[in-house]
Write a protein that binds this ligand. Structure first.
Ligand code: COA
Length: 259
């Protein structure tokens, strides 16, 4: 499939999606979002994909929903549908079975910030600026508040949501919005290093951990703990678990096979 608004690259078991509307600071229009959904859907069918990196390239991650499209929304019903449609795409990223890393440089505003929040980990360049400026448009971020609250907590989330202010890389790191901050010229290499590290780990265990964390934050504690125990038990049936424990006992490097 050919894409106009994103680039999709594969190197071994790592996929890289680049948002590609640089002249519009990668503003997320419907075409780009549809293409992102299609790309994630295709990667999900491919068992060999272990890690996905989503990036906006060297300059900007994404400056939000395309405001020209937002301006065309006629009424509450269309506004609600707009949020549902965008939410479906962020959910596709959030529930992707294997880890998804956001590689963030420059602006990650509005929908761009929501997209980064839907990823599992955020590696930020020193140039990164996260923000949810919807309040300045008389709106709210319709597909990211709940994830923001769960990542940074209600107080930091309200600060960002009420003021719409931009949060720089160091502050993002401090409040837990970014997992790591690196110099701009090392962003790609550092993200790739992280992706390779994850790609070399037991894939089924990573997938199970992701499910336990994501689902576990959506349900009651008792059920979440029970799910965690069952996930722990399940992994005893995997080749990689036997290999990991065996290699430790034999004092050798494990050879994981993703099964
Ligand atoms: N939607 C549509 N177009 C956007 C956009 C968005 N969210 N963000 C940037 N653009 C476009 C600009 O219209 C401009 O296009 P043009 O050159 O055809 O006029 C181009 O991208 C460059 O943006 P510009 O505003 O000139 O860059 P800047 O460096 O002066 O300012 C921002 C950068 C990010 C501060 C500013 O673009 C901005 O505030 N964008 C909107 C952010 C926002 O409110 N997002 C949430 C939307 S719900």
């Amino acid at each position: 499939m050919s894409y106009q608004c994103i680039l999709l690259e594969r190197e071994g078991c790592i996929a890289r999606i680049t948002l590609n509307r640089p002249d519009k600071l990668n503003a997320l229009n419907s075409q780009l979002m549809d293409e992102l959904y299609q790309a994630m859907d295709g990667l999900e069918q491919d068992e060999n994909v272990r890690v996905v990196v989503i990036t906006g390239g060297e300059k900007n991650f994404a400056a939000g929903a395309d405001v020209t499209e937002v301006a065309q929304v006629k009424d509450s019903r269309e506004g609600y549908e707009f949020a549902c449609q965008r939410g479906r795409i962020y959910d596709k990223v959030y529930y992707f079975p294997q880890p998804v890393i956001a590689e963030v440089s420059g602006y990650a505003l509005g929908g761009g910030c929501e997209l980064a929040l839907a990823c599992d980990l955020r590696v930020a360049s020193e140039t990164a600026r996260f923000g949810l400026p919807e309040i300045t448009l008389g709106l709210l971020p319709g597909a990211g508040i709940q994830r923001l609250v769960r990542i940074v907590g209600p107080a930091a989330a309200k600060d960002m949501l009420f003021t719409g202010r931009q949060v720089g890389a160091e502050e993002a790191l401090r409040i837990g919005l970014a997992n790591k901050v690196v110099p701009a010229d090392q962003l790609l290499a550092e993200t790739q290093k992280l992706a390779e590290k994850l790609a070399g780990l037991p894939a089924y265990a990573l997938k199970t951990i992701k499910t336990v964390v994501n689902k576990g934050t959506e349900i009651d504690l008792w059920t979440a703990v029970e799910m965690e125990r069952q996930g722990f038990g399940l992994l005893f049936s995997t080749y990689d678990m036997r290999e990991g424990v065996g290699a430790f006992l034999e004092k050798r490097k494990p050879q994981f096979q993703g099964k």
